[in-house]
Structure formats: structure tokens, C-alpha cells
Design a protein around this ligand. Structure first.
Ligand SMILES: [Zn+2]
Ligand SMILES: [Zn+2]
Ligand SMILES: [Zn+2]
Length: 498
């Protein structure tokens, strides 16, 4: 049974201790096969999200920090057809100086720094983030995987921060992904370039606690290779990275890693975005999802657009310190459909509805906490989903976003438990409302078509599977561009079924 098509085989092993690669070493047994079935990530954001209340000094910093981190290097001074400008009420932004059609590439941006998620090791090349079936692995730590010797060599300056430390710490090697990214940023730049800010005390306690934990992790796991700046500068750097990091996701929206994209970080938010960001290897690509005219601001969504206006703005305030004033936030035109309740001959009491909305929001939070606690067994997670679906189902229509949220989580748990029929039954209920509630070209919709299509094919439901994959393809041609490696692979997948 194959849901995702990528399984791991590793036939070549090599290692070079700082110099050129030595000859491949034979016969190290390949790591266990790893089917790519994982629970979905909750409340997914386009940008790397920090749910905790955040430091008050960061809003000003977001304007300058990426520039400060990346004073030189990857940033192109000008991109044709795009210019920086002061967006009223939003600070710095980008706008187009010529027309762009739906699906057209505005620009692409190399990662200033990026890190592959530990969970994805073996599926993607650690250096270029390309997906391959036969990756070669570092002969020393046996934990980093590469396309070939040249990717390994390209990555060595970064991988050496972790290679011998992973061996030394063994099972106890566990820095957070943010710590890993910050270590890479520090390794690239002389420390004195970071701005020194005196009022770091403004950072609130919760966030400070998190940052202190990360700083301790940084000292613990990376001290051999790095000289660290002052404690206050490190606190600042972690806040900057939390606010400006991007979560790199694959075509099914699974988390692959975290990266800094200086040019993309200049784009402001709207709940009616004009562009979408996708990833090609470690490169971020920005494409129009609306026809754009000269002077139009380039706008992405920082958050999941499924939710009603109040939820979206809570999220934006929590993570990015602003309230959105886009047309959709002003008119709340989709809120009623998003919070759809059952039609009854005698209508449901508004108080019952608002209590249920409160319950729905809490259920989302409760599930997030249980999911983050890695000890919670999948059966328990599924139970939480089913319990809240039962309760909310008495009032909410199946297309209500709180119902959809829990169904999406339940689908993720079913996938994790390899219950394909269960996953399909949730996915089928989600799909139609997703198509209505998300914008026309949405990765949430294309990834749902992909997941469902691949599930149908795994259960030999060929024509249903093919038609779902083709729907995904149509959206991805706009979002990812026609020549993206995901589309090439998807077309092959479709052709192989005929
Ligand atoms: Zn590679
Ligand atoms: Zn290694
Ligand atoms: Zn908005």
C-alpha cells in the first residue's frame, strides 16, 4: 500500500572530514522504510508561527531585522517589475510596476539560510531540499542525506555544526528547529553585525522563557563551532527569526523545514492575497493568484484563511502584532457561511450558537495541546476529534469551519494510523466546503485533492483518484508554475495510471 510515493533507500554512503569526499563506503544497512503518513499540523500558517504572546519591541524590528540579518549576500537590489514602497499603515511593502497575470512568477528568492526538518531526513537532500528516492548519506553521522557528493560538499559548512555533535550526543541531540536555523545564521555572519538593543527587557516573560530555553540549547549543542554574541543580542535574534522565518512545505503541505527569505519577508499580509508563495528546492517562488495592475501591492496571507474574521485577527495579533483591515476583514462577507448552523423550523437560540463557537475554539486549542504532547497516542487524538465533532454536530452544519478543522485533524490521525478508508471519509466531507471557503487558487484545496487522489489510487479507485489528481494539477499549475518538479512528478503519476 502506497499513499505517498517516496520511500527511502540508501545505497551509497560517503563522508569527507572537511576536505574532499572519500570513496563511498559499502554495506551499511539502509534505514527502515518510512512511509510518509503523518498527522496534519494544526492551524497551519504560511509563515513560521509563534503562538505565544510576543515581545512588544518586535513590531519595529520586523521592519529592519531581515535587512539587518541579511545586509549583504542574497538580496537582489532590484527585481524587474517590483519595487519597494511605504505601504500606508503597514510600513514597508512591495508593489508591482507592470501587469502580472494569474499564474505568472513575480520573483523567486533564494533562502538566506534554511534547515531541513529532522523528521524529513532521508526524504529530501539536506542541501538542496530536492526529493529523491536514492539519497546518499553522510558516512560519519549517517543522519544527513544528499543527492550526491557535490550537495554534500555544498552543505558541509552548515552540516559540520551538527555532524560530530549528533554522534557525541546520540539520542540526546535535540535542538529545536529554530535553534538549528539560528546556529546557521550565526555561522554565516560575523557576530558584530547584529544590532544591539538595550530594551530587550520589554520581551514578555513567556516569550523570554522560550528564548532562554533556545539559547541554552544553542550553547549546549553548538558551542564547539560557534562564537556567540551577547545574551541580549541572542534574545533579539531569536525574536527576529520567530517573526520572519518561513515554514517550508511540500505539495501536500507537510512541514519540510524552516528558512529565511529576505525579499519575501517584505511582503505584507491580506486575507485577499494577490500572490502565493511556494517552494522549489530551497528557493521561494512568488506567483500571482489574481491579475495585477501596475501600482498594486504584492500581498500574501500570513495565516490560514479558513477561519472567520475574529479568529484570523486574533492569530495575526498574537503572532505578528497587527490587525488586518482588508476588504474581507471589513465586510466579514464569508463569516456567516464559515459559521453555518443547522436549519431548523424553530431556529437555534443565538446563545447556544455563541456557546458552541466558544466550545469550537477551545476544542481547537485542546487538540493542539494534545498533539504537541508527543506522548498522546493517536487513538486518544482521534477520540478528541470525534467527541468534539459529535458535540458541535448538534448545532453546526458539516461545512462549519470548526467542524472542518476537527475533520482535518481526524483525517491526519487516520493517515497516521494507516486507516485509509477513515481518512477518505473525512477528506470527502472536507473537500467541497474547502473549495467554497478558500480563495480560487489555494494550496489547502490542491493539497486536499492530492491527498484524496492518492488515497483513492492506493485503494484501486482509479477513475476517482485520477480526477482528484487532475483537479490538484490545475491549481498547482497556477500556484507552483507549470514546470515545477512537483508537477512533473504528478503528471507522471497520472500517466502511470492510464
Ligand atoms: Zn541535493
Ligand atoms: Zn554527518
Ligand atoms: Zn484581512
Amino acid at each position: 500500500m502506497r499513499v505517498k510515493t517516496f520511500f527511502l533507500f540508501s545505497f551509497f554512503f560517503f563522508f569527507f572530514p572537511g576536505g574532499g569526499p572519500s570513496d563511498p563506503l559499502p554495506t551499511v544497512p539502509p534505514p527502515p522504510l518510512k512511509p510518509r503518513l503523518r498527522p496534519c499540523i494544526i492551524g497551519r500558517l504560511t509563515r513560521h508561527n509563534v503562538t505565544e504572546t510576543l515581545p512588544s519591541l518586535v513590531p519595529q524590528l520586523t521592519e529592519v531585522c531581515v535587512r539587518d540579518i541579511v545586509k549583504e549576500g542574497t538580496m537582489k537590489e532590484s527585481i524587474e517589475g517590483i519595487e519597494r514602497f511605504d505601504s500606508p499603515g503597514k510600513g514597508r511593502g512591495l508593489r508591482v510596476t507592470k501587469a502580472f497575470k494569474v499564474g505568472e512568477l513575480l520573483f523567486s528568492c533564494p533562502a538566506y539560510s534554511c534547515v531541513l526538518s529532522v523528521k524529513e531526513r532521508g526524504c529530501y537532500c539536506e542541501f538542496c531540499f530536492n526529493r529523491k528516492e536514492r539519497l546518499a548519506r553522510c558516512g560519519k553521522c549517517k543522519k544527513a542525506f544528499y543527492c550526491n557528493a557535490s550537495c554534500q560538499k555544498g552543505d558541509w559548512a552548515m552540516h559540520k555544526l551538527e555532524c560530530s555533535a549528533m554522534i557525541a550526543f546520540g539520542e540526546n541531540w535535540c535542538p529545536s528547529e529554530t535553534v538549528r536555523l539560528v546556529a546557521r545564521i550565526l555561522a554565516k555572519k560575523p557576530v558584530y553585525l547584529y544590532p544591539s538593543v538595550s530594551d530587550v527587557e520589554d520581551i514578555d516573560n513567556k516569550r523570554r522563557e522560550m528564548n532562554e530555553g533556545d539559547i541554552a540549547g544553542l550553547h549546549h549543542f553548538y558551542s564547539k563551532h560557534l562564537d556567540f554574541p551577547d545574551h541580549s543580542d541572542l534574545l533579539l535574534l531569536f525574536s527576529q527569526v520567530a517573526c520572519n522565518g518561513f515554514t517550508v512545505e511540500d505539495e501536500e503541505l507537510y512541514h519540510m523545514g524552516t528558512a529565511l527569505y529576505p525579499d519575501v519577508a517584505l511582503i505584507n499580509h491580506s486575507c485577499l492575497p494577490s500572490v502565493i508563495v511556494t517552494y522549489n528546492g530551497t528557493m521561494a517562488e512568488v506567483r500571482a493568484v489574481q491579475d495585477m495592475n501596475p501600482g498594486d501591492e504584492v500581498l500574501i496571507s500570513y495565516i490560514d484563511l479558513l477561519y472567520p474574521t475574529d479568529d484570523r485577527n486574533d492569530r495575526l495579533r498574537e503572532s505578528y502584532y497587527f490587525t488586518c483591515d482588508c476588504q474581507e476583514c471589513k465586510t466579514k462577507s464569508k463569516d456567516k457561511v464559515k459559521l453555518k448552523v443547522h436549519k431548523r423550523s424553530d431556529p437555534i437560540n443565538p446563545e447556544v450558537i455563541s456557546n458552541m463557537v466558544r466550545y469550537g475554539r477551545n476544542a481547537v486549542r485542546e487538540f493542539r495541546a494534545a498533539n504537541l504532547d508527543s506522548h498522546a497516542p493517536p487513538s486518544e487524538l482521534l477520540e478528541i476529534c470525534e467527541r468534539s465533532l459529535d458535540k458541535m454536530g448538534a448545532v453546526f452544519d458539516d461545512s462549519n469551519v470548526y467542524m472542518l478543522h476537527m475533520m482535518y485533524q481526524a483525517m491526519g490521525v487516520c493517515l497516521y494510523m494507516e486507516d485509509l478508508d477513515g481518512a477518505i471519509s473525512y477528506g470527502e466531507k472536507i473537500l467541497k466546503p474547502y473549495c467554497q471557503l478558500y480563495p480560487a487558487y489555494s494550496l489547502n484545496v490542491s493539497s486536499m485533492y492530492l491527498k484524496l487522489g492518492r488515497l483513492y489510487l492506493a485503494l484501486d479507485r482509479h477513475s476517482t483518484g485520477l480526477s482528484a489528481l487532475k483537479k490538484a494539477l490545475a491549481i498547482m499549475e497556477v500556484a507552483h508554475g507549470k514546470d515545477h518538479q512537483y508537477l512533473t512528478a504528478l503528471r507522471k503519476e497520472i500517466a502511470s495510471q492510464k
